[in-house]
Design a protein around this ligand. Structure first.
Ligand code: URA
Length: 248
C-alpha cells in the first residue's frame, strides 16, 4: 500500500480527489448514453473536437447556457482530471473582462477563477484603479474567466490543441459577456486571443481581438515572483483606467 502511494507521488499526484479509495481492478467502465443523445466518443477517430466545440458554443443562447454547454463538452481530456469546471467570477456586463490562463489548485477546488495567491494580487491591483469583481455597479465591476476551464495536471502549461479546442467557447463567452475591454493575462491568454506570444514585448500595447480592445498584461503569478515587473503592471493599469475614462 505504501509502495503504491509512493509510486503515485513519484508520478506527480499531489492530492486525493475522492473521499474513499476506488479499487480500479473491480471497476467495469460502462459507456453511459443518455436517451436521444448522440454517441460522443472522445477519442473516436474522425471526431473534429474544434468543430464540435464551435457548434456547441455558437448554440449557447446566454452565459448560463454556455456554462451548461461547456459542462457537457466531453472532448477535452483535462475535464477528467479536474474536480470541476471553472467558468467565471465577477459581474456579467462589467466593462472589463479579464481572461487568464487556466485554473490552479485553489480555483479547481473553489470553482472560481483567480482565487489563490495570484488572484488575491489581481484583486489588489485592480482595486487601485477602482475595479472589483464584487462591485454592484457595472462601471466599477470586473468579469473574470480563463482560456481553459479545467485545471491542467500539476498546473502544467496548456497544450496548443487544448487551447484550440476551448477557444470557440472563449469567443462565445466574450460575445455574451460583451465587455468594452479585455485584459489578456500572460502569454497563454495572448496566444489564444491574439495568436502572439512574448508578453514582455506585448504588455501595455493595446491590440484588438474579437472586435474588442485587448490589453496584454503580466500575469499576477509572474508578478508574485518578479517584484521589478510591478512598475510596468502599474503603468498598464493606468492605461486601462485612461481608456475606460475616455470611453474605451
Ligand atoms: N491563473 C490563471 O491564469 N487563472 C486562474 O484562475 C488562476 C491562476
Amino acid at each position: 500500500m505504501k509502495a503504491a502511494l509512493e509510486w503515485q507521488i513519484a508520478c506527480g499526484a499531489d492530492e486525493a480527489i475522492l473521499d474513499a479509495p476506488v479499487d480500479r481492478t473491480q471497476v467495469v467502465e460502462k459507456p453511459v448514453a443518455k436517451p436521444g443523445a448522440p454517441a460522443v466518443v472522445p477519442d473516436a477517430p474522425g471526431v473534429d473536437a474544434v468543430a464540435v466545440a464551435e457548434q456547441m458554443a455558437t448554440a449557447a443562447p446566454d452565459l448560463e447556457g454556455l456554462r451548461a454547454t461547456m459542462e457537457a463538452f466531453e472532448h477535452c481530456e483535462l475535464k477528467r482530471g479536474a474536480r470541476q469546471l471553472v467558468f467565471c467570477d465577477g459581474v456579467p456586463g462589467a466593462r472589463v473582462m479579464i481572461i487568464g490562463e487556466a485554473p490552479g489548485r485553489d480555483e479547481d477546488m473553489a470553482g472560481k477563477p483567480f482565487v489563490g495567491r495570484a488572484g488575491q494580487l489581481l484583486d489588489l491591483m485592480f482595486s487601485h484603479i477602482g475595479l472589483s469583481r464584487e462591485a454592484p455597479d457595472k462601471e466599477a465591476a470586473l468579469y473574470i474567466t480563463n482560456v481553459l476551464p479545467w485545471r491542467p495536471p500539476q498546473n502544467r502549461d496548456p497544450k496548443p490543441d487544448e487551447i484550440a479546442m476551448m477557444l470557440p467557447f472563449v469567443k462565445r463567452h466574450v460575445e455574451l459577456a460583451d465587455p468594452d475591454l479585455i485584459v489578456a493575462m500572460g502569454n497563454h491568454a495572448c496566444q489564444a486571443l491574439l495568436g502572439k506570444r512574448g508578453i514582455t514585448r506585448l504588455r501595455g500595447t493595446w491590440e484588438e481581438a474579437l472586435g474588442k480592445p485587448v490589453l496584454p498584461m503580466f500575469h499576477p503569478a509572474y508578478l508574485l515572483r518578479t517584484n521589478a515587473a510591478k512598475r510596468e503592471a502599474w503603468a498598464d493599469l493606468l492605461s486601462l483606467q485612461h481608456r475606460l475614462r475616455i470611453g474605451a
